[in-house]
Design a protein around this ligand. Structure first.
Ligand code: GCU
Length: 380
């Protein structure tokens, strides 16, 4: 796998250099759009992205060809974000924890127990108009979020059962690579061990860490259930994944093209969310029956109590998250009272493919310069 990644990164470097010297010609004159993500080909996000590809290619297939690279083939989320920043690739799917260093508004999603129900989470994230303002917060960094994907609810899992926060004391738990995630684990009393997603399986297997925290699909899709047999439903976070695009690429699209990419993104979210609900149930059954994972329903209150100060602390330290935080509280309250505003997510009819007339051939543009050294050197 490592060698394959190195070869792919090397190819990207060669393409990039060639495009700078103008020597790349790909026969059909289409621009290749590369999307990187960290999950397998059966994961809801991959299935959502296939819909994105289909929708765009049905309408703009004379101009663009979309290639999806799963399994961190183009690098871990952080490296793939750097590639998207420079334009070496065009899109990446990454969790908001990875975006915190580019725009600190994304820290809000690392707050433990931010959303009080799945309904509130989905409604807040599907509030497309509001979220657009958040999505533009990384423009200065050279990329923009187009849509979100449901990545479920995160809980702790480990080699031994965790029934209360007291059990977490001294345990080395992997968290996502963000300061807010590290603080959250510390507030629970665990020893936080930040590392990329792709490293977690081996780290648990080799006892470098005692466990991690994630949704149920990490057990099956990423096989963590082979090495960690106890999943404790303390449900501390709902952290969305984001589809992120290179800003120059997006800005160079015509208004009509931009709209098609936006529609494709919304449609991919719709497909991903439906797939998510199906797959979580299947994952639980598979993990239990085939992998011997024990799911533990814990008393969540002591976990909430352990991190009760974290939200206010984070709000004090970062004013940029306040507006989004308050916005989310509105959805929490509405959901608690059973009031549900009308659905914001535009439901598109995937059955209406409309292939646009052939546009002028644009010649192949292999996206822009500079693969960051870190990625070019491999190490993934
Ligand atoms: C989930 C999420 C990923 C994230 C990963 C992680 O799988 O979908 O975007 O990278 O968790 O914990 O790193």
């Amino acid at each position: 796998m490592k060698n394959l990644k190195r070869i792919l990164i090397l190819c990207l470097c060669v393409f990039t250099l060639c495009s700078l010297s103008g020597c790349v010609q790909i026969g059909n004159g289409k621009k290749i759009i590369r999307i990187s993500h960290a999950q397998s080909e059966t994961h809801p996000e991959h299935i959502g992205l296939l819909k994105f590809k289909e929708y765009v290619e049905q309408r703009l297939g004379n101009k663009y060809e979309i290639q999806i690279f799963p399994n961190e083939l183009l690098g871990s989320a952080q490296k793939a974000i750097e590639l998207t920043q420079t334009g070496a690739i065009d899109f990446v799917v990454a969790g908001t924890a990875n975006l915190e260093t580019f725009a600190d508004i994304y820290e809000v999603f690392s707050m433990p127990y931010l959303f009080t129900s799945e309904e509130a989470y989905h409604r807040a994230m599907n509030d497309v108009d509001y979220m657009k303002t958040v999505y533009e917060s990384t423009d200065e960094a050279g990329f923009r979020v187009l849509t979100w994907y449901n990545a479920g609810t995160r809980s702790f899992y480990a080699k031994k059962p965790i029934n209360s926060p007291a059990d977490l004391k001294g345990m080395k738990m992997r968290v996502q690579q963000s300061p807010a995630s590290v603080n959250m684990a510390k507030a629970f009393g665990a020893a936080a061990s930040p590392m990329s997603f792709g490293e977690v399986y081996t780290a648990i297997q080799q006892n470098v860490i005692d466990g991690a925290e994630n949704n149920e699909l990490a057990l099956t899709n990423n096989k963590h259930g082979e090495v960690a047999k106890f999943y404790s439903y303390n449900r501390h976070q709902m952290v969305p994944d984001m589809l992120i695009g290179n800003l120059k690429f997006l800005q160079n699209l015509s208004t009509e093209e931009y709209q098609i990419f936006e529609e494709a993104a919304l449609l991919s979210t719709q497909v991903e969310m439906e797939e998510w609900d199906k797959q979580v149930e299947e994952a639980k059954q598979f993990a239990q029956q085939q992998m011997g994972v024990q799911f533990i329903e814990v008393d969540v209150q002591p976990f909430k109590d352990a991190v009760a100060d974290v939200q206010q602390q984070m709000l004090k330290e970062n004013e940029n998250i306040r507006d989004l935080y308050n916005h989310i509280q509105k959805y929490n309250e509405q959901a608690a009272q059973g009031i549900m505003p009308e659905e914001h997510l535009v439901i598109l009819d995937p059955a209406v493919p409309e292939v646009s007339q052939p546009a002028e051939s644009v010649g192949t543009e292999i996206s822009q310069p500079v693969v960051p050294e870190s990625a070019a050197q491999g190490g993934m």
